[in-house]
Design a protein around this ligand. Sequence first.
Ligand code: AMP
Ligand code: GLY
Length: 419
Amino acid sequence: MNILILGSGGREHALAWAILQNPRCDRLIVAPGNGGIGRVADLADLDICDGAAVAAFADEESIDLVVIGPEAPLAAGVADALADAGIACFGPTAAAARLEASKAFTKEICDAVGAPTAAWARFDALDAALAHLARVGAPIVVKADGLAAGKGVTVAEDASTARAALRDVFAGAHGRAEVVLEAVLRGEEASFFCLVDGETVLPIGTAQDHKRVGEGDTGPNTGGMGAYSPAPVMTSAVEARALREIVQPVATEMVRRGTPFRGVLFTGLMIEDDAPSLVEFNARFGDPECQCLTMRLGGQVLDLIVACTEGRLADAQVRWADDHAICVVMAADGYPGRYATGEPIGGLDGFEGDSRRMVFHAGTERRDGGYVSAGGRTLGVAARGDDLRAARDAAYGIVDGIDWPGGFVRRDIGWRALG
Ligand code: AMP
Ligand code: GLY
């Protein structure tokens, strides 16, 4: 098979790495990719949100399968353009990707099927939202509708924070003046990953990530500073309940509405007393959760993706290794605020990854035979072990061999699970 992956981060490097281990892959192109991905696959300079351009490129290069990594091309309808061109694609249509792109749509779907989620209301005017806030009070969650790259959510413990967040949304900070106000859920968060092909749902793993930049889960939100899989809070009973009460009914409802979901559904849950509630859906793999999942699944990732795109998920099986994986993100000093790029990163060329230890590149460029930093989140150091502690120790051992004075890691990834 000739395969094209769209995206440029650590998630896409991990997908590339897993796919390359499967003998069914003859040729792999990643667009646009990054310096590290360029060492294992061909790179293509392509506007990945332009469906017509992606379809034309796939046709020219005799691509058999396109795997869409990030959310932006999904929301832009790249999967729809590929379907129209008759090219197999892993990733939902724009209509199905609304499960991620629109918070209000997701809430409506939950209400339609009775899936547990926080009580909510939607507003398209500041006055009405402020009036609602005055009625229900804080704590409250303010969510800008539309894709906001994880930055459109404020969990406000007091009313003045909530009012400021609302004013921010309606001043156009997130592009669209629409907001969902919802009750605060308490408990422990976890992510549940399922492949979905219309009605058929196949769980492929659980994970927890660390969104805050600072140790002890403090400081500003980021795209994710580290993750581990499995999530201890996702016991088989909680997983079965999340499937039964949330994922399966939502998949069925999407089919009923004529917009079946096909791809990976990333379900963000809050779990309290073994009862899962939906926090959000994403229509893609998480980054860095994907790095942990691919470490654990290996080359079978491609078989599962192909089964999903061919509508054969009902016959597919996941071979589970009874192990643990962790991914520690190395980021540039200053991230998620301002940071420098173009700094040399040493110690990478001497590192030979294997099926238990990998350095995934998220934001690097090749320069003068070495690597330089080219982003905020720059590397994802991933390792597997028989338990989480062994995986963690292996990952930090690799981190310590990387020479990048301008970078930092959180030293406590996995703390909640390690106790
Ligand atoms: P979202 O983009 O909807 O995932 O929200 C980002 C983060 O905000 C989540 O990962 C949670 O940590 C938090 N969050 C969102 N909604 C709620 C809620 N109803 N209760 C508590 N925390 C929430
Ligand atoms: N790590 C969270 C995300 O990918 O949305």
